[in-house]
Write a protein that binds this ligand. Sequence first.
Ligand code: ADP
Ligand code: MG
Ligand code: ZN
Length: 641
Amino acid sequence: EPYIPSFVEVNYIEGSNDPKWSSTNFPWTKKLEANNKKVFGNHSFRPNQREVINATMSGYDVFVLMPTGGGKSLTYQLPALICPGVTLVISPLVSLIQDQIMHLLQANIPAAYLSANMEWTEQQEILRELCSDYCKYKLLYVTPEKVAKHLKNGFVYSGLIYCQNGFIQWKIVSLVELMGWWHGAVDFESDVLLRNLESLNGRGLLARIVIDEAHCVSQWGHDFRPDYKLALTATATASVKEDVVQALGLVDCIVFRQSFNRPNLWYSVIPKTKKCLEDIDKFIRENHFDECGIIYCLSRMDCEKVAEKLQECGHKTAFYHGNMDAAQRSFVQRQWSKDEVNIICATVAFGMGINKPDVRFVIHHSLPKSIEGYHQECGRAGRDGQRASCVLYYSYSDYIRVKHMIIQGQAEQSPWTAGCSRNNMRNSDGILEKNTENLLRMVSYSENDVDCRRLLQLLHFGEKFDSGNCGNTCDNCSKIKTLVEKDVTESAKQLVELVKLTGQHFSSSHILEVYRGSLSQFVKRHRHESLSLHGAGKHLAKGEASRILRHLVIEDFLAEDVKKSDIYGSVSSVLKVNESKAYNLRSGEQRIVLRFPSSVKVSKQGKTEVTSAKGSLMSGKPSPPQSGSPAQPQPEVDLNL
Ligand code: ADP
Ligand code: MG
Ligand code: ZN
């Protein structure tokens, strides 16, 4: 019978600003610093590394948010090296594990991995080593399947849980509940690993457990607790965190957070035209010739076409996608690591665990599927801290393409979602809805030609960013803009009212669709609730309405909450009204004035409208998504085609 944990009240202890953890007076400090230099070749620690190591070595459960490339591996590899015993690392992807093991062995740290695909004799040899009194391994890697099959409850100790996906990065947990939760998945026939781990633990030699890509935990979890529902407050980011914490049954844990801002990455979005490939060639030639980069493409065919074209233009290029066999893929990856090719044209299947520090550009040849994905993919650039470019070529028709692929379930998965394998099999409405929502956010990001790119990305991770700190390193900040101030109070009021009328359980994209009068099936179904405001904003440009809505969220008139949207516990974000702030808006005490670029068409907006840019009044018909792509005529399509 599967073990279904109940909802636990989690006590998060903020660790980031606690000076205790940055102390250099821990008994292990000297050893830590010496090994960091000698074994790992690092001159210092990166932000939060020392703190996290100190907290886990003090025996606490820890939860850490650290961006890609932040150096998470070190925070468990270094403790593994200097603590007695073996550290168990659960990581969802064999290729990632292999990459890690290779690096560890190069540094003379004994490590091994167990996989079901290995020869039984080879597995036995590793297991025998685990039983021996002087087990040589410092780290043992396994895949989640392996553990889910083998572990049973009965362990009590602290472990390090670690993941990497752009939002949750890692954590250290107490494993009592974790084991309990896994209980349901124990495969009795092969519990050799379990017995070995128990034996290790009995001898005090199981140092800690690390779960790499811990976001996957929440997805394995859903298979085992199908009717598990709860409402949570925070952003999408926090929802995944909560998911994992709940799945693992953490009660107390220290949280380390770190900004997801990557100051050395320069962001821009460029309208995608028929000449896109020429543009890319020119961009690379002028800015990054002979430097290393990744071009993310939507389909396998695109990868090959783009690679071929750039090759013709004289760039050293290769492609990488899911249709190639493992040998071909690793060949390409090796060529790239050794700088035999500069540019990889790849689907999102490429990149996780890629450890190349000098990637100077990441180009998106088509629209990424979510802001998390985009942030993650861009994050592979500039790991050495030097300046790197992130360029996204956006066209509205790509949105339609991606959406279609998502609906058909054809979109190639990034390994970090593919690692959560069972998740991909499900195609319930909830997941589809969430994926579509994610994609729409990406569209709105791409079409925004006003707000700082960093601000927009970080907002998505629940982080507030002052665009003054961007230093003109994104296209929107560096644009010379003539801005027109515009009083949007009436629209703002209507949007707040609409959120309320529809019962505060819809996403921002749904609210926008209703507001602009969409007649999609989904909107129609819920139309009665919002009849008076359905279409009230149809004179507004899409970009305009969504800016007002986003402003309402940034300024806390509305809060973006998360809810479990289906029985599998998939999470989506919903808007809620913050009554105390909304009151001031309704009473007329507070007005909302936003600045719009004067080049952008400002539409006529009800009676109270005050200003608009000269000569650009639009009447009646709904305007196409405008702002991000001035060079390209946009089709007039309902966003919910
Ligand atoms: P993450 O898992 O957070 O994405 P990794 O652990 O793969 O990041 O580390 C990214 C890169 O940073 C690696 O090349 C690693 O060697 C390097 N690195 C990690 N910590 C340090 C440090 N303290 N000093 C210098 N380089 C470091
Ligand atoms: Mg990593
Ligand atoms: Zn900016």
